[in-house]
Design a protein around this ligand. Structure first.
Ligand code: HEC
Length: 455
């Protein structure tokens, strides 16, 4: 809590820097020289041309994905495969403010989820692992960082119009998987054989001293503002996952897991077909074990499956999210100074953690480790599976931030933790990352029991 109060918007890391004798390579530098004026309109893009300048469909989504992947390839290859030479400022890719207090010093990643062998059966996973993420905004997207956060990032423009991205804006996010077991450093998952490894500076397991530790690039998200191809939501979400059996170099082996451009609100039962989602039938097994509700797209990093309690019954590892479901909660209330709905289907409460928890018997219990959930497909549940444009908030009394969870779930939260009145901020911080092991640091959802105990 102290550290978060003292956080500054442009710090590079959490203050734990490896001594020269331990690591002598380059350290992460925050890239925040955001463009100060909007970029000229982008015109027709290669990914729009790839689908004949019409709407994206289940049939043409894989062609779209291939061209969008190619559009970021120059920078992404450098970032992923030649990480020690990566220079984000030179590449014209930028970071968000306020997250530095969570970043490890070498690669600038910050903690996300924790997952274990029970979730990935038959894939040769031999350790519980933590995931660590790093987001970059391209020039066009970074202009919106500047427009919203201003020069100092101390007084963000808290309104919908200022929290919107220009057409053509691209945001990428790398997710790295690192063993959480100090006794197993490498070779703990057959699925990661040959994957790009970055050095991270982390405490491992229950150790408190950080060490240089490998993280493997397993997932690479690419999202693009494209109202022509995706007129309803204005965005296309896609993700690449590492496939050790795919041909080519490490970048070639990052294969699409799928593409999503809406939440398929009409599909109120998991067996109904999806019209706004394409999943790659050739994606590697492990990446298909974490798909979201009704097969909607989510990746192995995304926490799209959780232990939930429905009508007093606990369902373990239940698919209860999707890329765009979770991201459609991106909003901020200047009255409550937080997001009024949780990322995942749940019942809002007035006190932290602001959604109802249930115990192993499926009964409401503030010390529970299961999310009390509306019934899958019910009206309350479907609130998380609607299609809204990025200008429309999920709840009244909130402004919308155009699907950007970094703004609403990370940067604004950390900004408020640093500048808000202490008595208001304290209960919220119970749920920010770097807290106890009971909660997924990424989504704030309770951790599945087995994973929790193994830490
Ligand atoms: C259960 C919630 C959840 C799901 C599912 C999810 N995300 Fe996110 N995503 C987040 C949160 C929270 C952040 C902000 C924190 C961070 O950077 O990790 C985020 C950040 C991002 C970012 C950085 C920019 C931004 O919008 O904040 C991208 C890009 C992204 N996610 C893409 C995806 C894609 C693609 C998928 C599906 C394959 C996906 N996400 C699934 C919660 C989710």
């Amino acid at each position: 809590m102290k550290a978060l109060r003292a956080a500054t918007p442009y710090q590079d890391n959490n203050g734990q820097v490896p001594p020269r004798g331990v690591y002598s390579g380059p350290l992460f530098k925050l890239s925040h020289d955001w463009p100060t004026s909007p970029l000229p309109p982008i015109g027709k893009t290669p990914w729009q041309e790839a689908i004949g300048n019409g709407p994206i469909t289940v049939e043409n989504a894989s062609a779209y994905a291939a061209v969008l992947k190619a559009a970021v390839a120059d920078n992404a290859k450098q970032l992923i495969m030649r990480h020690d030479q990566w220079d984000a400022a030179k590449a014209g890719w930028y970071n968000e403010p306020w997250v530095g207090s969570l970043r490890e010093a070498i690669s600038g990643t910050y903690p996300a989820g924790t997952f274990g062998p029970s979730i990935f059966p038959g894939t040769g996973l031999r350790a519980t692992f933590n995931t660590h993420v790093l987001t970059y905004y391209d020039k066009r997207a970074a202009y919106s960082l500047r427009d919203f956060w201003g020069e100092s990032s101390m007084k963000p423009a808290l309104k919908t119009e200022k929290a919107q991205f220009q057409e053509g804006a691209i945001i990428v996010k790398a997710a790295l998987f690192a063993s959480a077991d100090p006794k197993v450093k490498a070779d703990w998952w057959d699925a990661m054989a040959g994957a790009a490894a970055w050095s991270l500076y982390l405490p491992v397991g229950s150790e408190s001293k950080p060490q240089v530790w490998p993280g493997y690039v397993a997932q690479f998200d690419i999202i693009v503002k494209d109202s022509q191809s995706s007129p309803t939501t204005g965005w296309v979400f896609m993700t690449l996952v590492y496939d050790k059996d795919a041909p080519g170099d490490v970048w070639d082996k990052m294969v699409p897991l799928g593409v999503q451009w809406g939440n398929d609100p009409q599909a109120t039962s998991p067996d109904m077909p999806l019209k706004e989602n394409w999943n790659n039938p050739k994606a590697p097994l492990y990446s298909t074990q974490t798909l979201g509700w009704g097969g909607r797209l989510t990746g192995p990093n995304d926490g799209g499956r959780n232990d939930i309690a429905v009508d007093g019954k606990v369902i373990r590892n239940a698919p209860n999210s999707s890329c765009m479901s979770c991201h459609s909660t991106a909003e901020w209330s200047t009255t409550s100074n937080r997001m009024n709905s949780f990322l995942l289907p749940s019942f809002a409460t007035k006190a932290a953690p602001y959604f109802q928890l249930c115990n192993d018997q499926g009964k409401p219990d503030p010390n529970g480790t299961v999310i009390c959930s509306p019934a899958p497909g019910s009206k309350e549940w479907m609130k998380w599976f609607q299609n809204r444009p990025g200008t429309e908030a999920m709840d009244p009394d909130s402004f919308a931030v155009d699907f950007d969870e970094v703004f609403s779930f990370k940067s604004l939260k950390l900004w408020w933790a640093a500048v808000g009145p202490v008595e208001q901020v304290a209960p919220m911080l119970m749920r920010t990352p770097a807290q106890g092991p009971r909660f997924n640091q990424y989504t704030g959802a309770p951790l599945p029991k087995a994973e929790d105990e193994s830490r």
